[in-house]
Design a protein around this ligand. Structure first.
Ligand SMILES: [Zn+2]
Length: 254
């Protein structure tokens, strides 16, 4: 029975992933989310049969039916990853007594992190229209799950302060204001010292690896900026799904 529900979770993730792609583009273009999808290159409307997650991209060979220009790899990647993460989060929570609230919270976190990842990677901007409401909703859901108000506020402030200090010390050169709000979101999402620290460590660890790789391949200069959002989103997703396991393993070392 669990397999059936896990497949359903994957299917929902696939559809949500498709919706997220649309949302990312419309947030950037400042458009409403109603109205039909169109090709960003030739602006022709996309029929429903050309808008089926993963399958249409494969069937059309990754090109628009009308103008034959390439469709970005972002589209199938976001659809595939959202489907995978929705399934993993479902399996992680399936035995919990608070299953429905946990699933709603974690699916919301996965979706918003996916938007932040792509948006900041493409345009070096943190989409505040996503970060602010999501922070509020996760705050409420964590209260519903029995997390103390004190912990949520404390770790929210710690998360924000972590980036605010860097923002002041580097005189706004190292990171942007959006990263401070992302810090608040992370703290509210992970209101424990272990999980918040883990998500930040994973982000900086991956950032360091990618940074060294880009420097040695001469793709980036020392001075050039790298957006922090994609790394923070990566660290948060790993923490969301495997955080408890990694922390138990780490504590077991001592
Ligand atoms: Zn086109």
């Amino acid at each position: 029975m669990n397999y059936l529900f896990a497949s359903l979770a994957t299917l929902i993730g696939l559809l949500i992933g498709s919706f997220l792609n649309c949302l990312i583009w419309r947030l950037y273009k400042n458009e409403t989310i109603t109205g039909r999808s169109y090709c960003p290159k030739c602006l022709k409307m996309i029929s429903w049969y050309d808008n089926i997650p993963l399958f249409s991209f494969a069937f059309l060979g990754g090109r628009c039916r009308h103008c034959r220009k390439k469709i970005s790899w972002q589209y199938p990647s976001v659809e595939f990853l959202t489907a995978l993460l929705f399934m993993l989060v479902f399996l992680k929570n399936s035995a919990s007594p608070d299953f429905s609230i946990l699933l709603a919270r974690d699916w919301l976190i996965v979706s918003s992190l996916m938007i932040i990842f792509i948006y900041d990677l493409r345009w070096q901007l943190v989409p505040m229209l996503v970060v602010w409401p999501v922070t509020g909703i996760i705050f409420l859901l964590n209260l519903l799950l029995g997390v103390s108000l004190y912990s949520i506020i404390l770790f929210g402030v710690i998360g924000a302060a972590f980036f605010l200090i860097q923002y002041i010390v580097t005189r706004k050169k190292g990171l942007g204001e959006g990263d401070i709000w992302l810090g608040l979101l992370l703290g509210v999402t992970f209101p424990t010292a272990g999980e918040l620290a883990l998500s930040l460590c994973l982000a900086y660890f991956l950032g360091a690896i990618i940074g060294v790789f880009l420097l040695t391949s001469h793709k980036k200069e020392w001075k050039s900026k790298m957006a922090l959002g994609p790394f923070l989103a990566f660290g948060a997703i790993i923490t969301l799904i495997y955080g408890q396991k990694i922390i138990s393993w780490y504590l077991g070392l001592f």
